[in-house]
Write a new protein. Sequence first.
Length: 201
Amino acid sequence: MSKLKVDQISKATGASPAIFTLPASDGTSGQMMKTDGSGQLGWGAVYSDSTGAVTKPLTPAFFAYNSIARSNVTGNGVLYTVLFDTELFDQNADYNDVTGQFTAPVSGRYFLQAQVATDAQTTTNTDATFQLNTSNKSTDTYYNPGNMEGPSVTGQCSISASGVFDMDASDTAHIKVRINQGTQIIGITANNTWFSGVLVA
């Protein structure tokens, strides 16, 4: 069998034909050929499991939750930055569990969602704001925690929001909550308070 050996491929037509330089190695099983945008071709991995389902283990994605009760953080109009101290996963290490802040590693559209559960509010706490904030966009969800409270023993109330946000590389996202009226005795509960996100486009 005859063989043809080349190290470059070029278009046959056009005033400025594109020239593609082939990779020096054969690559490994399951890899695909990709370009760097300047004509250099190389090998890239396609991740899939035994069923053929494609996975993207380097895509930014995280889920974190608050594991401890945080007492007396809001009420009387105090705006509190919510902390989510425990990570279930953080594929690209972009979430900071000390500050409660996610930092986008690359520009794109990110699906973000969060829930905050508070306690110790009463029916007198009729005005509250839940914020899902990014560097490019801040969202406010207004609600009545006193009307939404759960069992009278705990006075617990949960509020959530989600959306697709345009984020540039190094932009950040965080969650804030403010409950008005009364005094600063309202806390953030454990486990039912969480923050999650993933790059989708």
